[in-house]
Design a protein. Structure first.
Length: 122
C-alpha cells in the first residue's frame, strides 16, 4: 500500500472507532497512527480544525501536500501555507461562522508559532 492508502485507511479506522464508541485511549492510538504517517502535516489541526470540511480523500491529499512542503521548506513553509489558507477563509464571505472562528483560532496559534520560530533564528 502507498502512504496515501495507509493514511486514508487509518483515518477511516479512526472515524469508525469514534462512531462505534470505542474507548478514548484506543481512539487516540488510532489517530496517532495516522499522524505518524505524515508527522509534519499538522494532521490533527487539518482534521479537527480545518478551515473547511474535507472528505477523507481531501484530507489525505492535503496532508501529503503539507508533507511535501515540509520537505522543501521545513516547518516555516507549512506554517505560512496554513496561515494563507486560514486568511482566505477569513476573507471568504460565504464561509460559515464556525469555520471563520476556527480559522481565527488557527491564525492566532500560527502567529505565536511564527514568532517563536523567528525568535529561534535570532
Amino acid at each position: 500500500m502507498t502512504i496515501a492508502e495507509d493514511l486514508k485507511s487509518a483515518i477511516q479506522r479512526y472515524d469508525r472507532a469514534v462512531k462505534d464508541g470505542m474507548k478514548e485511549a484506543q481512539i487516540d492510538t488510532m489517530f496517532e497512527a495516522a499522524e505518524n504517517l505524515v508527522p509534519n502535516a499538522r494532521l490533527s489541526e487539518l482534521y479537527f480544525y480545518g478551515e473547511r470540511e474535507r472528505s477523507h480523500d481531501e484530507v489525505v491529499e492535503e496532508a501529503l501536500y503539507r508533507e511535501e512542503l515540509w520537505e522543501r521548506g521545513g516547518d516555516r513553509a507549512v506554517l505560512l501555507y496554513v496561515q494563507a489558507q486560514a486568511k482566505v477563509t477569513m476573507d471568504d464571505p460565504t464561509a460559515s461562522i464556525t469555520f471563520k472562528v476556527i480559522a481565527e483560532q488557527v491564525l492566532s496559534g500560527i502567529d505565536r508559532e511564527l514568532e517563536e520560530f523567528a525568535g529561534r533564528l535570532n
